[in-house]
Every structure is written in structure tokens, then in C-alpha cells.
Design a protein around this ligand. Structure first.
Ligand SMILES: [Zn+2]
Length: 415
């Protein structure tokens, strides 16, 4: 039997807010939502015909979606290295940590992932875009309460190995489907993925209809590599014996990478810290299947120049937020990212900010039919924020502003 929940405000996100709204739920899934005026017949005498829970003066929001993290670093209590390190030195530290931890086996990895998923859930996150570096975690992911989209990381700078690597990813996607785990592909970054490999993975994304997620334009060092084929990342590749002339296109640009990623079923560009006006314009045009993930506190940790969030939004870019991992962030608290953005961009419309951690993030990960909104077929795990009488009676914009200011008090309710 379905149950109705009444609330002073329902913020479905994909449609306008509803004052004095209700949400009908059956077995953990939303059946439909409505307002007083659209209540089903007999609703006013609900006690006889329906089970009704009046939640009172609260605002309901969808459970949140963290579009980008690497849960394998969830055990870290402080980030790896320190922000004054050059990027190639930081990456070297990360690889060292990974190598040490790999010796502890898959059980350690499973525990760490469960730890990070649990920490995320405590702050209302019910969906995670997770970069996966082991293909033995499907069982672990399928047992977690939080929906994981497992994005298999690909690192390959050898043209010779492109076909074998793509076949391996294809096998993983097939296994994930059998295990009932949402999956996708993550070509790591331009300095770790051969250009031919990237194109091959984008095709695979299209064939399997899964998201393709790539770190792009993250650092000044990466700009040097893409724009002038030089700098510390090229030196690092040469040192490791990995550099290939054809690893990046001859006259490469971020636009080429963006256009290629757009050939995927759905692409998520992580960071984009050093993209420029023309890139934003292109991303705005491609927003029907390309999104950008801004990781606010990680961006701040590495002391990059101010993030062009408002310019990107003005260009029509579909932006979502992510925490990135504990290798570059003190925790996995998505609410702290929201708070950071609220402080840094006080003129940002609160509904735009809410979209970044709900509907946009869900879309980027291919979860849009079940996550990121409150409505038919959505997972009925919602955030509840208590309202004062004044807030409950305020306009929708004023109410949402108040809700976002106190989002850290939100409780995750499984209706
Ligand atoms: Zn990342």
C-alpha cells in the first residue's frame, strides 16, 4: 500500500517547488507528487483511505548526488602531499600511496570504499560517481546502500595496447550489467590516455550507453602539454618511458578533447579549471550530453585561479559538483562543497546551486530516471530540512535560500 507524506514545501528540482505538497511512496519508490489542489479524491479525509504522514514544517529535497570521487582514498585523514607540490610530484605521491595500499589486498579496498560511501550517506548523498581502479569490486558496490556508478579508470599511453584495453573495459561493462551495478568508463586524463585510446573508449561509451568521465584542463602543467606538447607532464612521461608522439593530437587543443568526449553517449569533464571562453561556449552548445564537474574545495586546495563558474553557467554549461577524493580534500562532505560555493558566489541563484548536486549530477552519471529529483520512479530517499513558520510562509526563492543556508542540518529520510 502506498503512503502519502505531506510537507510544507517539496522541492522536486526538475519541476517548480510545491507549497503544501505531498509525495506518494510505495516500497521505497516515489509514485507521484502533488499539491493540495491536485490531491487525489478523498485525500482531505485521508485517515480512512490512505496512510498519511504529516511531516509538518519541513522542506523536502532529493537525496544528493556526488558526481565525482575516488572512494579508494577514503581512509586518508589528511590529503596526500601538500598543495605547494608541483602537480607531477603530487601525482607521484598518489601513485606511491596506491601501490603501498594495493599490497593490503581487495578486502582493505572494500572496507575503504564502504567507509567513504557511509561518510557520504551521512550527509545525504545517495548516488556517487566513483572512479574504479580494480575490476573485483562489483560485489562490494552492489551491497552498498548508496547507488554507485562505477567508472572504470583507464590509463594507457601505448597505441599498441588500445584494442586490448578497450576489450578489457567492454568485459567490465558486461560484468557490471550482470551484477546490477551502474557502470561507465573513465579515461583518466590526456597525460595518461593515448588519443587513440580515448576515441576508442568514447565509441564504447556510445555502444553501451554508459557515461564517459575524464579529468581535463585540471592544471597549468596539463595546459602546457596540450597546447605546446611540453612541460613537466611530458618530462614525466618521458622519464617513465611512456611518451608517444601520437599520444596527443599534433595540434591539440582542449576543444578537440571536448568534441571527442561529446561523441560518447554522455560525457562528464572533471575540473575544467583552465578552460577558456571558447571552450565554455562549446560546452554550452554540447550541454545535451556533456557536463562539467567542479570540485570546489579541491580546486581551492591546489590554489588554482578563481573558477569561472558564473561565466560557464552564463554560457549554458551544465555544471555539477563533486568532492573529488580525500587525496585532495579533507573529507567527502558534499554539503561543505555547497557551502563553499554559496560563500564564494553569493549571487548564484539557489535553485541553480541545488541543481548542481541533484539533477545535473544524476544526468551526468546516467542516473536521471531514479536520482536527483522527487517525482515518479525516483528513489524515495529525500533530505528533510526543518523550517521556521516564517520560512514556510516565505516565497519559494526565500525558502530555498534559507534551506541551503542550513543544509548541514538536513536529515536523510527513507520515505
Ligand atoms: Zn578525480
Amino acid at each position: 500500500m502506498s503512503i502519502y507524506y505531506r510537507a510544507a514545501w517539496v522541492f522536486p528540482v526538475n519541476i517548480p517547488p510545491i507549497n503544501e505538497g505531498w509525495v506518494e511512496v510505495d516500497n521505497g519508490v516515489v509514485i507521484r507528487i502533488g499539491s493540495k489542489s491536485t490531491a487525489p479524491p478523498g485525500f482531505q479525509d485521508a485517515q480512512q483511505q490512505f496512510e498519511v504522514h504529516d511531516l509538518g514544517n519541513v522542506a523536502l529535497l532529493p537525496g544528493l548526488v556526488n558526481s565525482h570521487t575516488h572512494l579508494e582514498f577514503s581512509e586518508l585523514s589528511t590529503p596526500v602531499g601538500d598543495p605547494s607540490l608541483d602537480f607531477d610530484a603530487w601525482i607521484t605521491e598518489v601513485v606511491k600511496y596506491r601501490r603501498e595500499k594495493a599490497a593490503e589486498g581487495v578486502e582493505w579496498l572494500e572496507e575503504t570504499i564502504a567507509l567513504g560511501a557511509g561518510e557520504s550517506r551521512e550527509v545525504g548523498v545517495i548516488g556517487i560517481g566513483e572512479i574504479t581502479t580494480s575490476n573485483s569490486l562489483l560485489d562490494c558496490y552492489s551491497k552498498l546502500k548508496t547507488r554507485i556508478v562505477s567508472l572504470l579508470e583507464v590509463i594507457n599511453y601505448s597505441a599498441e595496447q588500445v584494442s586490448d584495453v578497450t576489450t578489457g573495459v567492454q568485459d567490465y561493462l558486461t560484468q557490471a550489467a550482470i551484477s546490477g551495478v551502474n557502470a561507465g568508463i573513465s579515461p583518466h586524463a590526456p597525460y595518461t590516455v593515448h588519443w587513440e585510446q580515448l576515441k576508442s573508449l568514447c565509441e564504447l561509451s556510445k555502444d553501451f550507453e554508459v557515461p564517459c568521465v575524464m579529468h581535463l584542463a585540471e592544471t597549468a602543467e596539463e595546459c602546457a602539454l596540450i597546447q605546446t606538447r611540453s612541460g613537466p607532464l611530458r618530462e614525466m612521461l618521458e622519464r617513465l618511458g611512456m611518451w608517444e608522439e601520437a599520444g596527443i593530437p599534433v595540434e591539440s587543443s582542449f576543444q578537440q578533447y571536448i568534441e571527442t568526449l561529446a561523441s560518447s553517449w554522455r560525457a562528464l569533464i572533471v575540473h575544467g579549471n583552465y578552460l577558456k571562453h571558447d571552450d565554455w561556449e562549446l560546452l554550452g552548445k554540447l550541454s545535451s550530453n556533456v557536463s562539467v564537474c567542479y570540485c570546489p574545495r579541491t580546486h581551492h586546495y591546489f590554489r588554482h585561479p578563481t573558477y569561472a563558474l558564473e561565466e560557464m553557467l552564463a554560457a549554458g554549461v551544465r555544471v555539477c559538483l563533486g568532492t573529488d577524493s580525500r587525496a585532495s580534500n579533507p573529507d567527502l562532505n558534499l554539503l561543505a562543497e555547497v557551502e563553499f560555493v554559496r560563500n564564494e558566489y553569493p549571487n548564484l541563484n539557489p535553485s541553480t546551486l541545488l541543481e548542481m548536486v541533484t539533477v545535473n549530477a544524476a544526468f551526468a552519471l546516467g542516473l536521471e530516471t531514479t536520482h536527483g529529483f522527487i517525482g515518479t520512479d525516483a528513489v524515495a530517499s529525500v533530505l528533510s530540512v526543518s523550517l521556521t513558520k516564517e520560512e514556510a510562509g516565505a516565497s519559494e526563492l526565500a525558502c530555498l535560500s534559507a534551506v541551503l543556508a542550513r543544509l548541514s542540518e538536513a536529515q536523510l529520510l527513507r520515505l
